[in-house]
Design a protein around this ligand. Structure first.
Ligand code: CAO
Length: 451
């Protein structure tokens, strides 16, 4: 790890310093994971505007958007105009004292800044240079890519939705945050390999590849299709299968038939539904619950094969039962019988869910400008490296601190860089509580993390 980094213990990635040259969602999601695990993540931002998401989808005027605050926890921010010669020099000095550089600019941007792989290696042979692009080498390698493009190009959209409708993109950000997660794993692997080789390496993730990886079971089904119809798909046995995997609606992809079924009050509540899995080993219990004991031994229903052509009417019958109860009452019964299923939970319900707050998956964070807001905390729980979620930095909040403590600039050097215009204006902290961030798991009484 970085030799001049002070020795600290307690977090999995303590001692790792990351030059975070990311923006929008995919890259920031990656570096947020690294920061949650204890890496010192230094976010380099353009003076004046910073990461474009600071100003996107704003709910409060002149305050960093939730889009930004929820993807940039636990980081420090330095403003640096990397097109200014003095700013570029500072950037290169940062490269020299970081373990990892992470970027997700459009193809060619880093090279236009002069930071080719060769230059990066010359500056710091131990550097791990990690990048997200929309596509890997191929026909679209120069394309700029956003979430939904990746979902479409990676096979998710063509396999999501209903057979009689158009392709559908999912609300889960599998292109952006999914790619960030893949990149974070690559970085951790490269850090581990460096401990034996002493060398850095390039880590690249294409959003198309990440989405395809998450759609792995659909490529499985594409190959199964060559050997006959996909019997667990709703198209079986009466529909027509073409040459590629069709959209399967809400049918389970896991080999057990499943469906989303209405519950009590579905007419007025758009989320009054449960996901019901007609798992073969508990078929007799399902029959008991819905008062259809005669199905247990009936030749039309007793085996999974016999049930397949009747799944539509079987789920209609089960739904007659689920519609008599709330989704939570249905869940109580299913859990009592060990029948797999899940309530359709709205964002409103998730935000209020006590168990998610207790584990720190939903956290309340105090931000100096916006006050208290909800965020999704670290979903990966390490018993020896618990995450404390800290508010995202204000634009350039740590500029001077980083120049002084990381690059060891003296007053004169800081003044010189500032007068060049490379740093922009220093950020002003608003009055009020200082940056205290807390989660329901662990509350930090100290203000901002001091490094
Ligand atoms: N100082 C000065 N200039 C800076 C700077 C700084 N601190 N930081 C960035 N810049 C400049 C870059 O040098 C570049 O300028 P040039 O084009 O003149 O070289 C520009 O800002 C950034 O360019 P960009 O093309 O990356 O940004 P964009 O808004 O046009 O495109 C995006 C955004 C996301 C489509 C593109 O970055 C991309 O395709 N990234 C890879 C895929 C990806 O991660 N997509 C997910 C985005 S989340 O939905």
């Amino acid at each position: 790890m970085n030799p001049d980094r002070e020795k600290t213990v307690g977090m999995a990635l303590e001692g790792v310093r990351v030059l975070d040259f990311t923006h929008v969602q995919s890259g920031p999601a990656c570096t947020q994971f690294l920061a949650w695990f204890g890496a010192d993540v230094i976010k380099v931002e353009r003076p004046g505007t910073g990461d474009i998401t600071r100003g996107q989808l704003r709910d409060i005027a002149d305050v960093d958007s939730l889009y930004f605050t929820m993807l940039n926890h636990n980081k420090r921010s330095i403003t640096l105009d990397t097109k200014n010669p003095a700013g570029k020099t500072v950037l290169e000095e940062l490269v020299q004292c970081c373990d990892v550089l992470v970027e997700n600019f459009a193809p060619g941007v880093l090279e236009r800044m002069g930071l080719t792989w060769e230059r990066l290696q010359a500056l710091n042979p131990r550097l791990i240079a990690a990048s997200i692009k929309g596509f890997g080498p191929g026909p679209y390698e120069h394309a700029k890519v956003y979430e939904n493009v990746a979902q479409c190009a990676g096979g998710s959209a063509s396999t999501t939705g209903f057979d009689d409708g158009p392709p559908v993109v999912t609300g889960a950000q599998i292109g952006d945050s999914g790619s960030g997660l893949h990149l974070a794993l690559g970085i951790v692997a490269a850090l581990h390999q460096r401990t034996s080789t002493g060398r850095g390496q390039k880590v690249t993730v294409a959003m198309q590849d990440s989405v395809l990886n998450l759609c792995r079971v659909k490529l499985r089904d594409q190959q199964r299709l060559a050997h006959g119809p996909l019997e667990e798909y709703p198209q079986y046995p009466n529909g027509v299968f073409g040459s590629s995997v069709p959209r399967a609606g809400n049918a389970s992809g896991g080999g057990q038939p499943g469906a989303i079924l209405r519950c009590e009050n579905w007419e007025t509540d758009p989320n009054a539904y449960v996901y019901f899995i007609a798992q073969a080993p508990v078929w007799d219990r399902i029959c008991a619950v819905i008062n259809r004991e005669e199905w247990i031994a009936h030749p039309d229903y007793a085996t999974p094969e016999a049930r397949l052509p009747r799944l539509g009417s079987i789920f209609d019958t089960i739904e007659q039962w689920t519609m008599t109860r709330s989704k939570f009452e249905v869940m109580d019964v299913l859990n009592a019988y060990d029948i797999p299923g899940g309530p359709i939970l709205s964002m409103e319900e998730l935000a209020a869910e006590p168990s998610l707050r207790a584990t720190g998956t939903i956290v309340e964070v105090e931000h100096p400008a916006r006050g208290r807001h909800l965020s999704v905390g670290n979903p990966i729980k390490l018993s020896d490296s618990p995450t404390v979620v800290v508010a995202s930095p204000l634009l350039g909040e740590h500029t001077e601190q980083i120049l002084r403590d990381v690059l060891h600039f003296d007053r004169d050097r800081i003044a010189e860089v500032r007068s060049s215009g490379a740093l922009g204006r220093a950020a002003e902290l608003p009055p009020g509580p200082l940056h205290a961030a807390s989660s329901s798991v662990e509350t930090r009484s100290s203000s901002r993390r001091v490094r």
